[in-house]
Design a protein around this ligand. Sequence first.
Ligand SMILES: Nc1nc2c(c(=O)[nH]1)N[C@H]1C(S)=C(S)[C@@H](COP(=O)(O)O)O[C@H]1N2
Ligand SMILES: [Mo]
Length: 440
Amino acid sequence: MSKLPKERGIRELYEDDPERADDLVFGRKADEGRRGFLKGAGLATMGAVLGAAIPFSRNMPSGLIPSALADTDDKFMIEGKDGLTVLNDRPINAETPPHLLDDAVTPNHRFFIRNNGIMPEMAVRQDATGWSLQIDGEVANPLHLTLGDLKNQFESVELNLHIECGGNGRAAFNPPAKGNQWSLGAVGSANWKGVRMRDVLKAAGIKQSAVYTGYYGHDTHLSGDPDKVVISRGAPIWKMMDPHTILAYEMNGEPLPKWHGFPVRIVAPGWPGSVSGKWVKRIWVRDQVHDGPKMTGTAYRVPRFTVAPGTDVDKTDLHIIQAMPVKSIITSPKTGTGLPADNRALEVRGHAWAGDGVVKRVDITYDFGASWMHADLDAPVNRYAWQNFRARIQFPRKGYYEIWARAVDDQGNMQPFAINWNGKGYLNNTMHRVAVTVPT
Ligand SMILES: Nc1nc2c(c(=O)[nH]1)N[C@H]1C(S)=C(S)[C@@H](COP(=O)(O)O)O[C@H]1N2
Ligand SMILES: [Mo]
């Protein structure tokens, strides 16, 4: 029986060669030109995407991406999500178009998904029976905590915290960087409820020798090899001891959705999203920098100095990304908006965030940077919440405009015009620009 290539998704497959894709997914009988049953890896992937079986898969037209997976905008449907752009379906990676990130608090159905492997069954079933969190390594009393223990033995906190994928903005790299071609929407700021990581580490009797953590999750490797770890990253102890780094079990008042790490995930706000381990089962307290998959080599590392685009940088000249840089997005208007006749007034809205820092100012221009105005910027509702901004523009005459936004953090760092290039496509915090036409 033919099988789906292990590390490619249905979408990519259908784009390359629809006939072959159909064959692989449905096992079509070449002689009859008819499909067999949807089975194997194809079925599993579709099940994961749709959250349901497809009873009449035999009758689906061949040579097309199964229509149930694609809406009119050529976007796959993901259970519990609305309007996300799917970049890959194996593993599932989906981002939110900026105009759908307009809410002050990102709702669950609009929060981006970045999976590196296959979601654990426990998350799909939303059943935490048998789940526990192990804390071991450089601790005096290793712990095994059930969800009940976490909720009962530690003080709960609810915080609005932003998470941005380290590769958000990668699509703009030139020369291009391999990996998910995120444009702007691998970011969100939700209300997370959980317990402080530091309280849990203290309860485990964290030792003087502790310098770093490493998480392990319940997700499984795309290869199907149960011994292969998908991703295991961490952060220095000082970041883990920050009161805003939490073990979350709720997202916007609901149990963590399956996509976001049910039953428990780390939220280490302001750092690459990859530090915020999902479906977490173990936290290993280390006496050295953690060396799990995606901690070493070139992963989540950038050159210590700026390099010309395309430069091959020696691994010894790379360092691990810590805080993400200052950034903003314009969530209204949607790019391409045309104002109605006889109206030249427009409200611009968006969000800004700044890694471990605070955004001090957001500037807006609608004349290609010749002049800038200060947006009205809210203080964060708590540290590490993104900050909302708005500005009122009165366009002087009809024409085509671009609105650009740039944020400045409390250290005086400002968003750049151009990408500070690195080989893996990380940390693109260039200014977001949206187009607007004023007809009269
Ligand atoms: N166990 C596990 N944790 C993980 C990942 C993963 O694949 N497996 N992806 C990481 C990456 S790269 C990012 S950007 C965030 C994305 O979180 P989200 O899917 O809830 O938006 O989760 C991180 N935590
Ligand atoms: Mo990420």
